[in-house]
Design a protein around this ligand. Structure first.
Ligand SMILES: [Zn+2]
Length: 160
């Protein structure tokens, strides 16, 4: 690669229904969710610079309900009840995770959960994230990430 300084990498980023975008640095994998309100929303392509010092282009795609449909086995640990339950992750987005609980013990809205699951990527990456419960529909739980920064493997996975 003789022109590595001349070519700037670009990534596609989905802006979710909460106007948030998960940006994953194509160089180091640092992943963070930012509010699209801070970005100029009329501009679809913007330049950004990562904490690693590399600059790259971000192409924003305003998709109202972008969710990646998945079927991934995992567990949830409810920090309130300390109970561990098997789950199946059903959708992933930059804002959170939707999953089905495999028994009758469903969490309540506002509960904070530790989720562990394995991605179906080449590395079978193990993901551990903390989420808070936003919706409960029978055994389907909608949750949002409890932290600003999500695991880098998950960021890469969402870009595919
Ligand atoms: Zn970086």
């Amino acid at each position: 690669m003789s022109q590595k300084e001349a070519s700037t990498k670009s990534i596609n980023v989905y802006v979710n229904e909460e106007n948030k975008a998960t940006i994953c640095c194509p160089y180091c994998g640092y992943t963070a969710t930012v509010s699209a309100e801070k970005l100029s929303t009329d501009k679809k392509i913007l330049k950004t610079r990562c904490t690693c010092g590399k600059g790259f282009l971000v192409c924003l795609e305003f998709r109202k309900h972008y969710r990646k449909k998945v079927r991934l086995a995992g567990t949830m640990r409810n920090l309130r009840t300390r109970k561990v339950t098997d789950i199946v992750v059903r959708d992933l987005s930059g804002g959170g995770i939707g999953f089905t609980v495999l028994n009758q013990i469903v969490p309540e809205v506002g509960d904070v959960l530790d989720l562990d699951f394995t991605l179906d990527n080449a590395n079978r990456s193990k993901i551990s994230v903390q989420v808070s419960v936003r919706t409960v529909k029978e055994r389907f739980i909608g949750s949002q990430f409890a932290t600003q920064i999500i695991p880098r493997e998950l960021g890469f996975y969402l870009m595919k």
